[in-house]
Design a protein around this ligand. Sequence first.
Ligand SMILES: [Cu+2]
Length: 429
Amino acid sequence: MTDYEIAELVDAFYELRNGPDLFNDIATFHGQFFNFVATADPTRRDLHFNLPNEPEREIFLAWHRQVVFELEQAVQDINPEISIGYWNSTIYQSPTDAVWDEGFLGSFDANWDLNRNLGGDPRLPTPLELSNLLTETDFFEFSNVLERQNVHRGGHVWTGGVMPTPISPRDPIFFFHHSFVDKVWQDWEETHGTSAYITTSMLRYDGTYVFDGQTYPSVDPNDITDSRVYGVFYAENGLAQLDNYIVTNTYNPEEIFYYQYNIEAGNNFLVPAGAIARLESVNEINLTPGFEAAPGSTFQATIDTENNVAGKIAPLFAKNRAVNPYPYSEKLYEPIVWEEGGNLLDDDTIILTAAPNPFTEKITIKLSERKDCVIEVFNMMGMQIREESFENTDTMVIKNLYGLASGFYVIRVTDANGKILVVKRIVKM
Ligand SMILES: [Cu+2]
């Protein structure tokens, strides 16, 4: 997440708490329905610790996906540009990690009386525990092991304070932790594809619950077994791969997928006629075979030049979802735009490198095959400072760049039919 995303998210959390207090409403609900023994009262439903042999009661993963979405929608009502990231607790296991900084989630400890005891119980999950979990083939067994062992339990007990208690949603880290649990479920579902519930409605999301004057719709857990239903893609290792998705603008009137590193969209990522979508990255966007923006759609690929990849970013948490972009209208910057779709990329994969990056006086661009191309270079203000055409070549060199000031530039490669092949940020030393 960029500094901007972090600062805005923290502000939104305080605003929610000081307003209708969604944090305490969720925490109270979670505490009230935390866990009941089925034999004591078989009619009483709950949220946690049902066994694989009582699947008619089980809603753990779907309920927590929905509650993260509920909070995220509330955050986006305040600022539609931001989303909740995930805490990969198999990697980030130190109390000095950026998420605990005073400017991120650190300040909530004292201000909300959370009494955290970071690392007091050190049972965070290992990468091996996670990979073993993902080999489980039965959905209810998978859910049960995930819930009871360290992939889920770890983040709660390691954080301490309210986190290992039924009112854990009082601590905002709960939502970053459950985003991670949700990512693990999504990874499992993409491999096994067999998530299925017996029950068809959920506590709180049964069509009767009212919060802040709003009645929540009923949600069938079977309808949300793929996170794409909510436009959620989990980035990993610097790559957000957007695939098998049709933009519908159901939850966001302008679907913006923001990720600071690399975004790749293809393999049946479709923007139908009338739909609006934008991909925005600090670094690089690639459109690969299977990407389609239909005629009559509005599609943009934009490089965010307000934020840096290096330095300004806490690279722990990344989650893509539909959020609005930075307001470009406030400055001269003309976003790099590809609008009015209808351009389907070729079936061949285009691999592009621009080197060296950082560059000093020339850039060499390589494609996987020979093409007619136009290469444009833009400065931070979005002004085009160079345009060169190349014919039937896979190697293009742009020279005489030593006069440029140090800093960021954006390079755009377009083929002879006006299709954008890549938009990439480069750095002048
Ligand atoms: Cu819970």
